[in-house]
Each structure stands twice: as structure tokens, then as C-alpha cells.
Write a protein that binds this ligand. Structure first.
Ligand code: PMT
Length: 214
């Protein structure tokens, strides 16, 4: 099948030389892309800037900002049967981006931020995606409850929850410990390398079908 995967951080410009971003390395999304490709799927990887080499045999779409990622996902998602959103997309971006570098004038500088597009939340409602929709939830508290809220609000079939308050898993680490959060139940997977978890996750997702709308 065709699998669309988002990965990495986004960069939201403050001015021509500065940006807002986060600690995502892209390791989780790239491991998923590689696992899917190795199992014979066509993979469309839409990624923010990372230091990872693009795996061979993958359709790679590099993006920078949340708006770029939203546009690429909107363009490609209906060619996929399964979409996995592992990217750490900025929730807010600067309201105004001057064309010139901001000068160091006052003692403080206040940035006004506005919401970015919720790309995962747009998959069903705006992009018309009817395949299997898998989100991630990066949480620091009430991990399962918050993940289930995202599952329902964003129309996902599954949310992969990880506790990003821990240093040994989640952002920029080689390992992760995840809980699969479905509408009716949860299923924890023990701590393991992102590669091994990705292999298990792709195998499991091959047999997951989109839930039917009532
Ligand atoms: O890249 P690594 O260093 O390997 O780290 C992996 C990871 C911690 C980034 C990954 O495991 C992870 O948790 N990814 C989701 C990060 C995130 O932004 O979570 P969230 O709970 O804020 O967002 C929920 C979901 O909505 C995610 O699927 C996210 O991709 C999506 N989202 C969020 C905001 C937005 N504007 N658009 C989105 O599509």
C-alpha cells in the first residue's frame, strides 16, 4: 500500500535569519519510513529539516514550516491508504515576519504568535482522507487521557502516545516507549529502539482498517 509519513520538526520564521523550532530529530518518522519501505510499501515521507540521510527508495518531500507541511500533506494524502503523523509541528508561528533582520533595540522583545494549521486535524475534514489515520501524541502529563482526546478530536483510528517528559525516550533519543491508544482500549509496547518499534507498528497497521463513520 501507499503510506504517507510526516517527520521531524518545523521551522517558523521570526525574520530572515531566525526561527522557532523544537527538539524533534526525525528519528521516529524516518524509522517508520524505512520499516514501511522494507516491507514493500510505497512511502511518501514529508519531513521538516533533520540531519538524517533520506532512506533509498522513498518519495521524499522536504518542507520547512507548518504551512509548507500542510500544503504537501494536502497534496499527497489522498494517494495514500495509511497516513502516520510523527512530525512535531509547531502549534504557533510569529504573526508577522519582517523582510529585514530584527534589530537589537529595546531591552525586551515581544513576539506575537498565531496558531498554525492543525494538519492531522485537517486530514479528514479538509483533505477528505478516508484511509487509516494515525496520529502521535507527545505528552508530559495525563498521557493516555490527552492522547484519547486527540484520537477523538482529530478523527484518528489510532494515536501513538509517548511521554516526552522523559530524557531516555521521545524527542531526539534512539529509543521510545509508546502506548497505542484506540477508542476502546490501550496497548503499551515496551521500551525499544525506534527501528524495532517501527517494524512492529507497520506490521500492526497493515491489518488496521479505518473505522466506519456512523
Ligand atoms: O523526531 P524524534 O526526535 O525521533 O522524536 C519523536 C517525537 C517525540 C517527535 C514523536 O514520537 C512524536 O511524539 N511526534 C508528535 C509530536 C507532536 O507534535 O505531538 P502533539 O501531541 O503536539 O501533536 C499531536 C499530533 O498532531 C501529532 O501527530 C502531530 O504530528 C500532529 N500535528 C500537531 C500540530 C499541528 N499543527 N499539526 C499536526 O499535524
Amino acid at each position: 500500500m501507499t503510506i504517507l509519513i510526516t517527520a521531524g520538526p518545523t521551522r517558523e520564521a521570526i525574520d530572515p535569519v531566525r526561527y522557532l523550532t523544537n527538539r524533534s530529530s526525525g528519528k521516529m518518522g524516518y524509522a517508520l519510513a524505512e520499516a514501511a519501505q522494507r516491507r514493500g510499501h510505497r512511502v511518501i515521507l514529508i519531513s521538516g529539516p533533520t540531519a538524517i540521510d533520506v532512506p533509498d527508495g522513498i518519495d521524499f518531500i522536504p518542507v520547512e514550516s507548518a504551512a509548507d507541511m500542510a500544503q504537501a500533506v494536502g497534496h499527497w494524502i489522498t494517494s495514500a491508504e495509511l497516513a502516520i503523523f510523527a512530525a512535531a509541528v509547531a502549534d504557533y508561528k510569529p504573526a508577522n515576519v519582517p523582510t529585514q533582520k530584527i534589530k537589537k533595540t529595546g531591552e525586551t522583545l515581544t513576539l506575537e504568535l498565531v496558531k498554525t494549521q492543525d494538519i492531522l486535524g485537517s486530514a479528514r475534514s479538509q483533505f477528505g482522507f478516508t484511509g487509516v489515520l494515525v496520529g502521535f501524541a507527545a505528552e508530559t502529563e495525563n498521557v493516555i487521557e490527552n492522547a484519547r482526546g486527540k484520537l477523538i478530536r482529530k478523527g484518528c483510528d489510532l494515536v501513538v502516545a509517548n511521554d516526552v517528559s522523559r530524557k531516555d525516550i521521545g524527542f531526539d533519543s534512539s529509543e521510545n516507549e509508546i502506548t497505542l491508544v484506540y477508542a476502546e482500549h490501550t496497548s503499551p509496547l515496551p521500551k525499544s529502539s525506534k527501528e524495532d518499534l517501527s517494524q512492529d507498528l507497520i506490521e500492526l497497521l497493515e491489518n488496521l482498517h479505518p473505522k466506519k463513520e456512523d
